[in-house]
Design a protein around this ligand. Sequence first.
Ligand SMILES: Cc1cc2nc3c(=O)[nH]c(=O)nc-3n(C[C@H](O)[C@H](O)[C@H](O)COP(=O)(O)OP(=O)(O)OC[C@H]3O[C@@H](n4cnc5c(N)ncnc54)[C@H](O)[C@@H]3O)c2cc1C
Length: 444
Amino acid sequence: MASSAPIELPSSILIVGSGAFGLSTAWSLCQNPQFKNTLVTVVDRQPFPTPDGSSIDTSRIIRPDYAASHYTRLATIAQKRWRADFAPEHYHEVGLCVTAWGPEQKYVSNSLANVRAIGTDKVEVLGSAEDIRRVCGLEGKDEWGSGSTGYVNWSSGWADAEGAMLWLRKEVEKLNRVKFMTKSVKKLLIDHKSNTVSGVQFNDSTELKADLTMLAAGPWTASLIDLRGICKATGQVLCYMPISKEEEATLSKRPTVLNLSQGLFMIPPSKGLLKVARHGHGYVNPTTVPSPESDDPNDTITISLPYTHVDDPSQSVPEEGQRQCRDFLTAIHPSLSIPSRPFTKSKICWYTDTRDGEFLISYHPIYKGLFVATGGSGHGFKFLPVIGDNIVECIQGRTPEDFKGRWEWPAERVPEELWAGDGSRGGPIGMVLNEEIAKSRGKL
Ligand SMILES: Cc1cc2nc3c(=O)[nH]c(=O)nc-3n(C[C@H](O)[C@H](O)[C@H](O)COP(=O)(O)OP(=O)(O)OC[C@H]3O[C@@H](n4cnc5c(N)ncnc54)[C@H](O)[C@@H]3O)c2cc1C
Protein backbone atom coordinates (compact mmCIF):
# COMPACT_ATOMS: atom_id res chain seq x y z
CA MET A 1 0.00 0.00 0.00
CA ALA A 2 1.32 3.48 -0.81
CA SER A 3 2.25 5.17 2.44
CA SER A 4 1.58 8.85 3.08
CA ALA A 5 4.12 11.21 1.54
CA PRO A 6 7.54 11.68 3.17
CA ILE A 7 7.80 14.80 5.28
CA GLU A 8 10.35 17.23 3.90
CA LEU A 9 13.05 17.57 6.57
CA PRO A 10 10.97 17.63 9.74
CA SER A 11 12.13 20.19 12.30
CA SER A 12 11.46 17.68 15.07
CA ILE A 13 11.36 13.89 15.22
CA LEU A 14 10.06 12.00 18.24
CA ILE A 15 11.14 8.35 18.42
CA VAL A 16 9.07 6.15 20.74
CA GLY A 17 11.26 3.27 21.90
CA SER A 18 15.01 3.07 22.50
CA GLY A 19 15.48 -0.53 21.34
CA ALA A 20 17.55 -1.57 18.34
CA PHE A 21 15.25 0.12 15.82
CA GLY A 22 14.77 3.38 17.72
CA LEU A 23 18.34 3.89 18.94
CA SER A 24 19.92 2.99 15.61
CA THR A 25 17.61 5.51 13.91
CA ALA A 26 18.57 8.26 16.38
CA TRP A 27 22.27 7.50 15.70
CA SER A 28 21.78 7.72 11.95
CA LEU A 29 19.77 10.96 12.14
CA CYS A 30 22.50 12.61 14.23
CA GLN A 31 25.14 11.78 11.64
CA ASN A 32 23.11 12.78 8.61
CA PRO A 33 23.87 16.40 7.58
CA GLN A 34 20.38 16.71 6.07
CA PHE A 35 18.92 16.44 9.58
CA LYS A 36 21.43 18.77 11.23
CA ASN A 37 18.70 21.20 12.25
CA THR A 38 16.20 18.55 13.31
CA LEU A 39 15.44 18.16 17.01
CA VAL A 40 15.62 14.44 17.84
CA THR A 41 13.93 13.07 20.97
CA VAL A 42 13.93 9.42 22.07
CA VAL A 43 11.43 8.40 24.71
CA ASP A 44 11.20 5.03 26.45
CA ARG A 45 8.91 3.75 29.17
CA GLN A 46 11.91 2.25 31.04
CA PRO A 47 15.34 3.59 31.98
CA PHE A 48 18.06 2.39 29.62
CA PRO A 49 18.86 -0.48 29.15
CA THR A 50 15.19 -1.50 29.10
CA PRO A 51 15.11 -4.61 31.31
CA ASP A 52 12.40 -6.34 29.28
CA GLY A 53 13.17 -4.85 25.85
CA SER A 54 13.70 -7.35 23.02
CA SER A 55 17.09 -5.80 22.29
CA ILE A 56 18.50 -6.40 25.77
CA ASP A 57 19.91 -9.86 26.54
CA THR A 58 23.17 -11.74 27.01
CA SER A 59 23.36 -12.67 23.33
CA ARG A 60 21.90 -12.43 19.84
CA ILE A 61 22.94 -14.47 16.79
CA ILE A 62 24.62 -12.43 14.04
CA ARG A 63 24.25 -14.29 10.74
CA PRO A 64 23.73 -13.80 7.02
CA ASP A 65 22.14 -17.26 7.05
CA TYR A 66 18.71 -16.45 5.64
CA ALA A 67 16.34 -18.30 3.32
CA ALA A 68 15.48 -14.85 1.89
CA SER A 69 18.40 -13.42 -0.10
CA HIS A 70 17.53 -9.75 0.58
CA TYR A 71 18.22 -10.28 4.29
CA THR A 72 21.43 -12.20 3.46
CA ARG A 73 22.55 -9.07 1.55
CA LEU A 74 21.69 -6.67 4.36
CA ALA A 75 23.10 -8.91 7.10
CA THR A 76 26.37 -9.15 5.16
CA ILE A 77 26.67 -5.36 5.21
CA ALA A 78 25.83 -5.26 8.92
CA GLN A 79 28.35 -7.98 9.66
CA LYS A 80 31.15 -6.01 8.02
CA ARG A 81 30.45 -3.29 10.58
CA TRP A 82 30.34 -5.77 13.48
CA ARG A 83 33.75 -7.05 12.36
CA ALA A 84 35.26 -3.63 11.77
CA ASP A 85 34.25 -0.95 14.21
CA PHE A 86 30.79 -1.51 15.67
CA ALA A 87 30.79 -2.48 19.36
CA PRO A 88 34.00 -4.44 18.64
CA GLU A 89 34.34 -6.02 22.07
CA HIS A 90 30.86 -7.43 21.91
CA TYR A 91 30.98 -9.42 18.67
CA HIS A 92 32.30 -13.01 18.57
CA GLU A 93 32.70 -14.87 15.28
CA VAL A 94 32.65 -18.51 16.37
CA GLY A 95 30.25 -19.87 13.76
CA LEU A 96 26.63 -20.92 13.49
CA CYS A 97 25.53 -24.49 12.84
CA VAL A 98 22.04 -24.59 11.29
CA THR A 99 20.51 -28.05 11.43
CA ALA A 100 17.27 -30.00 10.97
CA TRP A 101 15.95 -33.52 11.31
CA GLY A 102 15.76 -33.90 7.53
CA PRO A 103 15.71 -32.14 4.15
CA GLU A 104 12.00 -31.28 4.48
CA GLN A 105 13.08 -28.25 6.57
CA LYS A 106 13.66 -26.07 3.52
CA TYR A 107 14.92 -23.01 5.43
CA VAL A 108 18.24 -24.82 5.95
CA SER A 109 18.88 -25.61 2.27
CA ASN A 110 17.66 -22.20 1.07
CA SER A 111 19.86 -20.47 3.61
CA LEU A 112 22.85 -22.57 2.57
CA ALA A 113 22.27 -21.60 -1.06
CA ASN A 114 22.15 -17.90 -0.11
CA VAL A 115 25.33 -17.91 1.97
CA ARG A 116 27.12 -19.82 -0.78
CA ALA A 117 25.95 -17.22 -3.28
CA ILE A 118 27.72 -14.46 -1.34
CA GLY A 119 30.93 -16.36 -1.92
CA THR A 120 31.98 -17.35 1.57
CA ASP A 121 34.47 -20.20 1.70
CA LYS A 122 33.77 -20.74 5.37
CA VAL A 123 30.73 -22.99 4.96
CA GLU A 124 30.88 -26.71 5.61
CA VAL A 125 27.98 -28.98 4.68
CA LEU A 126 27.11 -31.53 7.37
CA GLY A 127 25.43 -34.67 6.07
CA SER A 128 24.96 -36.60 9.30
CA ALA A 129 24.37 -36.24 13.03
CA GLU A 130 27.95 -37.39 13.52
CA ASP A 131 29.23 -34.46 11.41
CA ILE A 132 27.12 -32.03 13.45
CA ARG A 133 28.42 -33.49 16.71
CA ARG A 134 32.02 -33.21 15.54
CA VAL A 135 31.74 -29.62 14.38
CA CYS A 136 29.81 -28.41 17.44
CA GLY A 137 31.67 -30.54 19.97
CA LEU A 138 28.41 -32.12 21.17
CA GLU A 139 28.67 -35.04 23.60
CA GLY A 140 25.08 -36.29 23.21
CA LYS A 141 24.07 -38.69 20.45
CA ASP A 142 20.35 -37.96 20.36
CA GLU A 143 19.48 -36.70 16.86
CA TRP A 144 16.32 -35.06 18.21
CA GLY A 145 18.72 -32.49 19.64
CA SER A 146 21.52 -32.21 17.09
CA GLY A 147 19.51 -32.83 13.94
CA SER A 148 20.96 -35.00 11.19
CA THR A 149 21.49 -32.58 8.32
CA GLY A 150 22.68 -29.00 8.01
CA TYR A 151 25.76 -26.86 7.65
CA VAL A 152 28.09 -24.71 9.67
CA ASN A 153 28.93 -21.17 8.66
CA TRP A 154 32.17 -20.24 10.40
CA SER A 155 31.72 -16.60 9.38
CA SER A 156 28.59 -16.19 11.51
CA GLY A 157 28.72 -15.31 15.17
CA TRP A 158 26.90 -13.74 18.08
CA ALA A 159 26.93 -10.47 19.99
CA ASP A 160 26.43 -9.52 23.61
CA ALA A 161 23.20 -7.65 22.91
CA GLU A 162 23.08 -5.57 26.08
CA GLY A 163 26.78 -4.70 25.74
CA ALA A 164 26.30 -3.60 22.13
CA MET A 165 23.24 -1.51 23.01
CA LEU A 166 25.14 0.20 25.85
CA TRP A 167 28.00 0.87 23.42
CA LEU A 168 25.62 2.41 20.87
CA ARG A 169 23.84 4.51 23.48
CA LYS A 170 27.23 6.01 24.47
CA GLU A 171 28.04 6.71 20.82
CA VAL A 172 24.73 8.54 20.44
CA GLU A 173 25.25 10.46 23.68
CA LYS A 174 28.72 11.56 22.51
CA LEU A 175 27.10 13.31 19.54
CA ASN A 176 25.15 15.46 21.99
CA ARG A 177 22.17 15.81 19.69
CA VAL A 178 19.46 13.58 21.13
CA LYS A 179 17.17 14.38 24.01
CA PHE A 180 16.45 11.15 25.94
CA MET A 181 13.34 10.92 28.11
CA THR A 182 11.99 8.16 30.36
CA LYS A 183 8.21 8.34 30.08
CA SER A 184 5.49 6.01 29.01
CA VAL A 185 3.50 7.01 25.93
CA LYS A 186 -0.21 6.54 26.50
CA LYS A 187 -1.48 7.45 23.05
CA LEU A 188 -0.80 9.29 19.84
CA LEU A 189 -2.19 12.77 19.35
CA ILE A 190 -4.39 12.13 16.31
CA ASP A 191 -6.49 14.78 14.60
CA HIS A 192 -9.09 12.70 12.81
CA LYS A 193 -10.34 15.65 10.73
CA SER A 194 -6.99 16.19 9.05
CA ASN A 195 -5.71 12.61 9.64
CA THR A 196 -2.57 14.00 11.23
CA VAL A 197 -0.46 12.82 14.15
CA SER A 198 1.16 15.73 15.97
CA GLY A 199 2.98 13.90 18.78
CA VAL A 200 2.10 11.87 21.85
CA GLN A 201 0.34 12.02 25.17
CA PHE A 202 2.18 10.42 28.11
CA ASN A 203 0.68 8.44 30.98
CA ASP A 204 1.03 11.52 33.21
CA SER A 205 -1.24 13.39 30.71
CA THR A 206 1.54 15.71 29.50
CA GLU A 207 2.07 15.97 25.76
CA LEU A 208 5.03 16.23 23.41
CA LYS A 209 4.54 17.52 19.89
CA ALA A 210 6.72 16.71 16.90
CA ASP A 211 6.57 17.11 13.11
CA LEU A 212 7.23 13.41 12.76
CA THR A 213 6.45 10.72 15.34
CA MET A 214 8.16 7.38 14.82
CA LEU A 215 6.79 4.34 16.63
CA ALA A 216 9.61 1.89 17.37
CA ALA A 217 8.05 0.37 20.46
CA GLY A 218 8.80 -3.23 19.44
CA PRO A 219 6.16 -5.72 20.61
CA TRP A 220 4.29 -2.94 22.43
CA THR A 221 3.74 -0.94 19.21
CA ALA A 222 0.32 -2.55 18.71
CA SER A 223 -0.93 -0.78 21.84
CA LEU A 224 -0.25 2.60 20.19
CA ILE A 225 -1.55 2.01 16.65
CA ASP A 226 -3.93 -0.60 15.26
CA LEU A 227 -1.69 -3.38 13.89
CA ARG A 228 -4.29 -6.15 13.84
CA GLY A 229 -3.52 -8.47 10.93
CA ILE A 230 -0.08 -6.84 10.52
CA CYS A 231 2.05 -7.40 13.68
CA LYS A 232 1.60 -9.38 16.87
CA ALA A 233 3.69 -9.97 19.99
CA THR A 234 4.81 -13.58 20.57
CA GLY A 235 6.57 -14.66 23.77
CA GLN A 236 9.74 -16.69 23.34
CA VAL A 237 11.50 -18.95 25.78
CA LEU A 238 14.96 -18.29 27.27
CA CYS A 239 16.62 -20.41 30.00
CA TYR A 240 19.99 -19.77 31.65
CA MET A 241 22.35 -22.00 33.59
CA PRO A 242 25.49 -20.92 35.48
CA ILE A 243 28.62 -22.69 34.26
CA SER A 244 32.22 -22.83 35.46
CA LYS A 245 35.11 -20.85 33.96
CA GLU A 246 36.57 -24.07 32.54
CA GLU A 247 33.27 -25.03 30.88
CA GLU A 248 32.90 -21.52 29.50
CA ALA A 249 36.42 -21.54 28.12
CA THR A 250 35.62 -24.71 26.14
CA LEU A 251 32.05 -23.99 25.05
CA SER A 252 32.62 -20.35 24.12
CA LYS A 253 34.86 -21.37 21.21
CA ARG A 254 32.18 -23.55 19.64
CA PRO A 255 29.46 -22.48 17.20
CA THR A 256 25.87 -21.79 18.14
CA VAL A 257 23.80 -24.87 17.36
CA LEU A 258 20.33 -24.02 16.03
CA ASN A 259 18.01 -26.91 15.21
CA LEU A 260 15.23 -25.47 13.07
CA SER A 261 13.07 -28.62 13.28
CA GLN A 262 12.08 -27.80 16.87
CA GLY A 263 13.51 -24.28 16.99
CA LEU A 264 15.81 -24.96 19.95
CA PHE A 265 19.28 -23.50 20.14
CA MET A 266 22.27 -23.19 22.43
CA ILE A 267 24.42 -20.12 22.09
CA PRO A 268 28.03 -20.03 23.36
CA PRO A 269 28.15 -18.98 27.03
CA SER A 270 29.39 -15.67 28.34
CA LYS A 271 29.80 -14.10 31.76
CA GLY A 272 29.30 -17.49 33.43
CA LEU A 273 25.89 -18.13 31.88
CA LEU A 274 24.85 -20.70 29.30
CA LYS A 275 21.69 -19.84 27.33
CA VAL A 276 19.31 -22.38 25.84
CA ALA A 277 16.31 -20.95 23.99
CA ARG A 278 13.61 -21.56 21.41
CA HIS A 279 13.06 -19.68 18.15
CA GLY A 280 9.45 -20.76 18.00
CA HIS A 281 5.89 -19.80 17.19
CA GLY A 282 5.78 -18.52 20.76
CA TYR A 283 3.02 -17.70 23.22
CA VAL A 284 0.36 -15.15 22.46
CA ASN A 285 -1.02 -12.99 25.23
CA PRO A 286 -4.46 -11.69 24.21
CA THR A 287 -5.02 -8.41 26.03
CA THR A 288 -7.94 -6.02 25.82
CA VAL A 289 -6.81 -2.39 25.58
CA PRO A 290 -8.40 0.94 24.61
CA SER A 291 -8.59 1.13 20.83
CA PRO A 292 -5.41 3.11 20.10
CA GLU A 293 -6.89 5.19 17.26
CA SER A 294 -10.19 5.99 18.94
CA ASP A 295 -11.07 8.98 21.11
CA ASP A 296 -13.79 6.92 22.83
CA PRO A 297 -12.27 5.27 25.95
CA ASN A 298 -15.00 2.60 25.85
CA ASP A 299 -13.83 1.46 22.46
CA THR A 300 -11.49 -1.53 22.96
CA ILE A 301 -9.55 -4.04 20.91
CA THR A 302 -7.99 -7.37 21.92
CA ILE A 303 -4.43 -7.96 20.76
CA SER A 304 -1.40 -9.99 21.82
CA LEU A 305 0.88 -7.79 23.95
CA PRO A 306 4.00 -8.53 26.02
CA TYR A 307 3.67 -9.63 29.62
CA THR A 308 7.14 -9.64 31.13
CA HIS A 309 9.18 -9.96 34.32
CA VAL A 310 8.73 -6.20 34.74
CA ASP A 311 4.95 -6.73 34.95
CA ASP A 312 5.41 -9.76 37.24
CA PRO A 313 8.86 -10.10 38.85
CA SER A 314 8.10 -13.74 39.71
CA GLN A 315 7.44 -14.65 36.07
CA SER A 316 9.26 -17.68 34.72
CA VAL A 317 9.02 -19.67 31.50
CA PRO A 318 6.07 -22.13 31.53
CA GLU A 319 6.88 -25.75 32.28
CA GLU A 320 6.58 -26.92 28.64
CA GLY A 321 9.19 -24.38 27.54
CA GLN A 322 11.61 -25.15 30.35
CA ARG A 323 11.17 -28.87 29.67
CA GLN A 324 11.96 -28.44 25.97
CA CYS A 325 15.10 -26.45 26.71
CA ARG A 326 16.13 -29.08 29.27
CA ASP A 327 15.44 -31.95 26.82
CA PHE A 328 17.54 -30.18 24.21
CA LEU A 329 20.45 -29.77 26.63
CA THR A 330 20.13 -33.43 27.66
CA ALA A 331 20.24 -34.46 24.01
CA ILE A 332 23.32 -32.42 23.09
CA HIS A 333 25.28 -32.08 26.38
CA PRO A 334 23.98 -34.68 28.87
CA SER A 335 26.77 -34.04 31.35
CA LEU A 336 25.56 -30.44 31.81
CA SER A 337 21.95 -31.49 32.14
CA ILE A 338 22.10 -33.30 35.46
CA PRO A 339 19.45 -32.74 38.18
CA SER A 340 21.87 -30.83 40.40
CA ARG A 341 22.24 -28.20 37.67
CA PRO A 342 18.86 -26.54 37.15
CA PHE A 343 18.21 -23.49 35.02
CA THR A 344 18.57 -20.74 37.62
CA LYS A 345 16.86 -18.08 35.53
CA SER A 346 14.34 -18.06 32.73
CA LYS A 347 12.50 -15.30 30.94
CA ILE A 348 9.98 -14.67 28.21
CA CYS A 349 11.23 -12.25 25.57
CA TRP A 350 8.80 -10.87 23.02
CA TYR A 351 9.11 -10.92 19.25
CA THR A 352 7.17 -8.46 17.08
CA ASP A 353 6.04 -10.92 14.45
CA THR A 354 4.74 -10.06 11.00
CA ARG A 355 2.98 -12.49 8.70
CA ASP A 356 6.11 -13.27 6.66
CA GLY A 357 9.03 -12.15 8.83
CA GLU A 358 9.44 -8.87 6.90
CA PHE A 359 10.03 -5.75 8.99
CA LEU A 360 7.46 -2.95 8.97
CA ILE A 361 9.30 0.28 8.15
CA SER A 362 6.84 2.70 6.67
CA TYR A 363 4.82 5.86 6.88
CA HIS A 364 1.31 5.16 8.09
CA PRO A 365 -1.03 4.95 5.10
CA ILE A 366 -3.60 7.30 6.64
CA TYR A 367 -2.01 9.50 9.30
CA LYS A 368 0.40 12.19 8.16
CA GLY A 369 3.29 12.76 10.56
CA LEU A 370 3.41 9.10 11.65
CA PHE A 371 6.13 6.61 10.76
CA VAL A 372 6.40 3.04 12.09
CA ALA A 373 9.65 1.03 12.42
CA THR A 374 9.04 -2.38 13.92
CA GLY A 375 8.22 -5.99 13.01
CA GLY A 376 11.66 -7.36 13.97
CA SER A 377 10.16 -10.88 13.79
CA GLY A 378 12.87 -12.42 15.95
CA HIS A 379 15.75 -11.49 13.65
CA GLY A 380 16.19 -7.72 13.80
CA PHE A 381 19.09 -7.33 16.22
CA LYS A 382 21.96 -8.25 13.89
CA PHE A 383 21.10 -5.17 11.79
CA LEU A 384 21.79 -2.78 14.67
CA PRO A 385 24.80 -1.16 12.89
CA VAL A 386 22.80 -0.41 9.74
CA ILE A 387 19.06 -0.54 10.36
CA GLY A 388 18.95 3.12 11.44
CA ASP A 389 20.45 4.20 8.09
CA ASN A 390 17.85 2.09 6.28
CA ILE A 391 15.03 3.52 8.38
CA VAL A 392 16.21 7.08 7.65
CA GLU A 393 16.31 6.25 3.93
CA CYS A 394 12.70 5.04 4.20
CA ILE A 395 11.77 8.24 6.05
CA GLN A 396 13.23 10.11 3.06
CA GLY A 397 11.12 8.00 0.70
CA ARG A 398 14.07 5.89 -0.48
CA THR A 399 13.22 2.33 0.61
CA PRO A 400 16.09 0.02 -0.50
CA GLU A 401 15.17 -1.59 -3.87
CA ASP A 402 15.01 -5.17 -2.61
CA PHE A 403 12.81 -4.21 0.35
CA LYS A 404 10.23 -2.28 -1.70
CA GLY A 405 6.85 -3.93 -1.23
CA ARG A 406 8.24 -5.82 1.77
CA TRP A 407 8.83 -3.22 4.48
CA GLU A 408 5.97 -0.98 3.39
CA TRP A 409 2.59 -0.93 5.09
CA PRO A 410 0.77 -4.00 3.72
CA ALA A 411 -2.20 -3.52 1.40
CA GLU A 412 -4.41 -5.76 3.51
CA ARG A 413 -4.70 -7.09 7.02
CA VAL A 414 -4.48 -10.88 7.10
CA PRO A 415 -6.02 -12.97 9.90
CA GLU A 416 -3.24 -14.33 12.13
CA GLU A 417 -4.22 -17.95 11.55
CA LEU A 418 -3.28 -17.47 7.86
CA TRP A 419 0.21 -16.10 8.50
CA ALA A 420 2.87 -18.23 6.82
CA GLY A 421 5.88 -16.85 8.72
CA ASP A 422 9.37 -17.03 7.22
CA GLY A 423 9.72 -20.80 7.57
CA SER A 424 12.33 -20.62 10.34
CA ARG A 425 10.16 -21.39 13.36
CA GLY A 426 9.85 -24.70 15.17
CA GLY A 427 8.03 -26.05 18.21
CA PRO A 428 4.39 -25.99 19.27
CA ILE A 429 1.87 -23.74 17.49
CA GLY A 430 -1.01 -21.81 19.04
CA MET A 431 0.03 -21.63 22.70
CA VAL A 432 -1.60 -19.00 24.93
CA LEU A 433 0.61 -17.68 27.74
CA ASN A 434 -2.01 -17.77 30.54
CA GLU A 435 -3.02 -21.32 29.65
CA GLU A 436 0.59 -22.51 29.74
CA ILE A 437 1.19 -20.71 33.06
CA ALA A 438 -1.92 -22.43 34.48
CA LYS A 439 -0.71 -25.84 33.27
CA SER A 440 2.68 -25.18 34.93
CA ARG A 441 1.26 -24.70 38.43
CA GLY A 442 2.80 -27.18 40.84
CA LYS A 443 5.22 -28.46 38.20
CA LEU A 444 8.01 -25.88 38.47
C1 LIG B 1 14.25 -14.00 22.71
C2 LIG B 1 14.70 -13.23 21.51
C3 LIG B 1 15.76 -13.72 20.76
C4 LIG B 1 16.16 -13.05 19.60
N1 LIG B 1 17.25 -13.51 18.91
C5 LIG B 1 17.74 -12.80 17.87
C6 LIG B 1 18.94 -13.19 17.25
O1 LIG B 1 19.56 -14.19 17.64
N2 LIG B 1 19.41 -12.42 16.23
C7 LIG B 1 18.76 -11.31 15.80
O2 LIG B 1 19.22 -10.66 14.87
N3 LIG B 1 17.61 -10.90 16.39
C8 LIG B 1 17.09 -11.62 17.41
N4 LIG B 1 15.94 -11.23 18.04
C9 LIG B 1 15.18 -10.10 17.50
C10 LIG B 1 15.72 -8.77 17.91
O3 LIG B 1 16.18 -8.81 19.24
C11 LIG B 1 14.58 -7.76 17.73
O4 LIG B 1 14.11 -7.81 16.39
C12 LIG B 1 15.03 -6.34 18.03
O5 LIG B 1 15.77 -6.27 19.22
C13 LIG B 1 13.78 -5.48 18.11
O6 LIG B 1 14.13 -4.17 18.49
P1 LIG B 1 12.98 -3.09 18.67
O7 LIG B 1 13.66 -1.79 18.78
O8 LIG B 1 11.95 -3.27 17.61
O9 LIG B 1 12.23 -3.50 20.02
P2 LIG B 1 12.64 -3.35 21.56
O10 LIG B 1 14.08 -3.62 21.76
O11 LIG B 1 11.67 -4.16 22.35
O12 LIG B 1 12.41 -1.81 21.85
C14 LIG B 1 11.14 -1.26 22.02
C15 LIG B 1 11.23 -0.23 23.12
O13 LIG B 1 10.00 0.49 23.14
C16 LIG B 1 9.73 0.82 24.48
N5 LIG B 1 8.30 1.10 24.63
C17 LIG B 1 7.29 0.22 24.46
N6 LIG B 1 6.10 0.81 24.68
C18 LIG B 1 6.37 2.10 25.01
C19 LIG B 1 5.56 3.21 25.38
N7 LIG B 1 4.23 3.11 25.43
N8 LIG B 1 6.17 4.37 25.69
C20 LIG B 1 7.52 4.49 25.62
N9 LIG B 1 8.34 3.46 25.28
C21 LIG B 1 7.77 2.29 24.97
C22 LIG B 1 10.17 -0.42 25.24
O14 LIG B 1 10.39 -0.13 26.62
C23 LIG B 1 11.41 -0.85 24.49
O15 LIG B 1 12.60 -0.35 25.06
C24 LIG B 1 15.50 -11.88 19.19
C25 LIG B 1 14.43 -11.37 19.96
C26 LIG B 1 14.04 -12.03 21.11
C27 LIG B 1 12.90 -11.48 21.91
